[in-house]
Design a protein around this ligand. Sequence first.
Ligand code: SF4
Length: 238
Amino acid sequence: MNATRRNPVPPAAAPEALATPGSSAPMTDAQVEHFFATLRAANPHPETELQFTNVFELLAAVLLSAQATDVGVNKATRKLFALAPTPQRMLALGLEGLEAQIKTIGLYRTKAKHLLQTCRMLVEQHGGRVPREREALEALPGVGRKTANVVLNVAFGEPTMAVDTHIFRVGNRTGLALGKNPLAVEQVLLRRVPPAYRVDAHHWLILHGRYVCQARLPRCAACQVAVDCQFQPKTATR
Ligand code: SF4
């Protein structure tokens, strides 16, 4: 059953009414399965939109992407990674040199400081390599749980869920994973996403939140998973 066409909400609906955590009923297991089967059929091999050529660049890009867009980060890192594709080369840039490369990215001073501290730890404690243990990743300056989850998933193929603002919203709005904070949503996802979809799930959810189930106005009338989504009432927006 799809309420989209029966009871549409005009685009003027208040944004907060479209994004309240816990306001939707939970999806059933069958709906969760169908939800991911649909997203997989539409995009069998989802990928991060951050650009990188090695694991260190991935870690650096994710660290720089906090509260910034992937497009903005890619613009800066294209030149940065050509100059400094390793922690050793990044350290050689120095603080001023690094800041000059990333000054178009929000919070660039703090991020530059953290990135250089992280590079120093990678060189001194990990032989210049990015560790694949969560604890070691989260011990790096500027690397929190979400960044560690992205690296573990994208670089090492672990079935982690990096809950960002998009996944938090989509999880709560659709009824896929209800939770009051990102960690709660992550834990529900780890429990509820069927094994076959776990490695790619966070990419599908980020892309869905970024391009379809958008914060201010979800595009319900164009949404492929509307039949499973528990958000009521849906919008008439395409
Ligand atoms: S865009 Fe899709 S997933 Fe988001 S609220 Fe609308 S129907 Fe649900």
